[in-house]
Design a protein around this ligand. Structure first.
Ligand code: BES
Ligand code: MN
Ligand code: ZN
Length: 491
């Protein structure tokens, strides 16, 4: 819940600005930015002296401190000048926010590095500052030295483009919001709470919220989602957010997120090691909500629908059993061979529902769907799969723009065949221990309306657990791909 909420813009000079500290840049070859040169002169050449002595190397994200009369200076390494790009800017922003937070100094002034990149740098700088300031302190009652845990409340970027800076701050906040949703434990971030968060977004962004409860979505024919939800007493919800910022007849982009607030595996119970991490099994819905949070603030001229099936997956006397057959919203029958492959079961109904009711321009779904994607790609890249090349290309372009890595896995017919069931239409598993991530996507494919461009993001490796990045959290939910999707939407 704690992150920088305000990134201001100022055209004042670094020497006049009221700020907790001033951050300026240095490249790896010892080259100072124009503002750093002025600061160096005011410091009587201390920065160039430190460079000459080898104490400042300009390595990406490395920070040194200097003092002048009533001013604190941070010198931030920017890496190699010829490799300097928007991702390096984002990292610099994150590193500055982290150091400033640890020094317990508020309101840093940061020079905008946009002069030194070909790509836009004002937006990623604001993104980096906000994302790097993120802390999850909601459950800490012990305060350090009887003081409140320190968090940044504001920052200012010197020069640069004001609208781009504001946009970057809104996008950073969307990412932090997604992290929060993921980090709250399963007993707090229930489907009911998730729908409450959606209600707040709806209000902020003038969106329509519809929440179907267990009885409603069961009667509507969502037998697959209802099947997963029947094992828990925690009320499940089917959450729909509709945003109409475009023309009435314009097809909407549809975002679907897995909102599994705790995945025990059900009757096919998981092992107890790291089972706590299955509170993160709603991170797909976190991506969707993070995007909608930013959409609510940016109000783009387009139509966007968000759909989130949300429930726990629990064992118990009422739970579905391996071998059970369920009927999905589109009438297809599903043989449940493993109750732990529940994400695809709840997404099946959501995909069938949005396909029928919204005439989507395209559908994207986000899910912590398979442990197999972690085996294939580690915590480095999100697995993407789909049936529409143009849509995959669009995702890859936004991946490059945002630095959020994705890798496409194939969806050949041979894989689609592997989810066919002997006694029902499909089964919720492919071949044992083979291509598990593709099997998940192949199953989902059966529930997407024909001819609707669709892509699936398996974020099980990237939603949490990655090595700390300068703008990333130390641990916990990352909010990854929120930025990629916002870039795709062109907001
Ligand atoms: N939520 C899990 C996937 C997961 C596992 C994410 C570990 C991150 C870390 C999903 O519901 C699941 O259990 N998938 C099974 C599918 C299998 C039974 C076909 C898996 O990956 O083992
Ligand atoms: Mn599972
Ligand atoms: Zn799951």
């Amino acid at each position: 819940m704690s992150y920088l909420k305000k990134v201001n813009h100022s055209t004042e000079s670094w020497s006049k600005i009221q700020a907790g500290l001033i951050a300026v840049g240095v490249f790896e070859d010892g080259l100072l930015t124009d503002i750093a040169k002025e600061v160096d002169a005011a410091l009587n050449g201390q920065i160039t002296a430190a460079i000459k002595m080898g104490d400042i190397k300009g390595k990406s994200g490395k920070i040194s401190r200097f003092y002048m009369d009533k001013k604190r200076i941070l010198v931030v390494g920017l890496g190699k000048k010829d490799k300097f790009n928007s991702e390096e800017v984002r990292k610099a922003g994150g590193a500055i926010a982290k150091v400033t937070t640890s020094l317990e100094i508020d309101h840093p002034a940061v020079e905008c590095f946009c002069k030194y990149t070909k790509e836009d740098a004002c937006q990623p700088l604001a993104e980096g500052l906000v994302m790097g300031s993120y802390q999850f302190l909601d459950y800490k009652t012990e305060k350090k030295d009887n003081q409140k845990q320190f968090t940044l409340t504001s920052a200012v970027i010197l020069s640069g483009d004001k609208p781009q800076i504001e946009k970057g701050a809104v996008i950073g906040a969307g990412v932090c919001f997604a992290r929060d949703l993921g980090n709250h434990p399963g007993n707090v971030m229930t489907p009911t709470r998730l729908s409450g968060e959606a209600a707040k977004i709806a209000k902020e962004g003038d969106m329509t919220l519809t929440v179907f409860d267990r009885e409603q979505f069961t009667n509507m024919g969502m037998g697959s989602f209802a099947g997963v939800a029947q094992g828990t007493d925690e009320p499940p919800k089917f959450i729909l957010l509709e945003y109409y910022g475009g023309e009435k007849d314009e097809k909407p982009v549809v975002l679907v997120g897995k909102g599994l607030t705790f995945d025990s595996g059900g009757i096919s119970l998981k092992g107890s090691a790291s089972m706590d991490e299955m509170k993160f099994d709603m991170c797909g819905s976190g991506v969707v909500m993070g995007v909608m949070k930013s959409v609510a603030a940016l109000k783009p001229k387009m139509n966007i629908i968000a759909a989130i099936p949300s429930t726990e997956n629990m064992p118990g006397g009422k739970a579905i059993k391996p071998g059970d057959i369920l009927t999905a919203y589109n009438g297809k029958t599903i043989e449940v061979l493993n109750t732990d492959a529940e994400g695809r079961l709840i997404l099946a109904d959501a995909l069938a529902y949005v396909s029928k009711h919204f005439d989507p321009a395209y559908i994207l779904d986000f899910a912590t769907l398979t442990g197999a994607v972690l085996v294939a790609l580690g915590h480095i890249a999100t697995g993407i799969m789909g049936t529409d090349n143009a849509l995959i290309n669009k995702i890859q372009t936004s991946s490059k723009n945002t630095g959020e890595k994705v890798w496409e896995l194939p969806m050949w017919d041979e894989y689609l065949d592997q989810v066919k069931s002997k006694i029902a239409d499909v089964k919720n598993m492919g071949e044992a221990r083979q291509a598990g991530t593709i099997a998940g996507a192949s199953f989902l494919n059966a529930f997407v309306g024909e001819d609707i461009p669709w892509a699936h993001f398996d974020i099980a490796g990237t939603a949490w657990g990655e090595k700390e990045k300068p703008y990333g959290p130390k641990k916990g939910a990352t909010g990854n791909v929120v930025r990629l999707v916002l870039d795709m939407l062109g907001v």
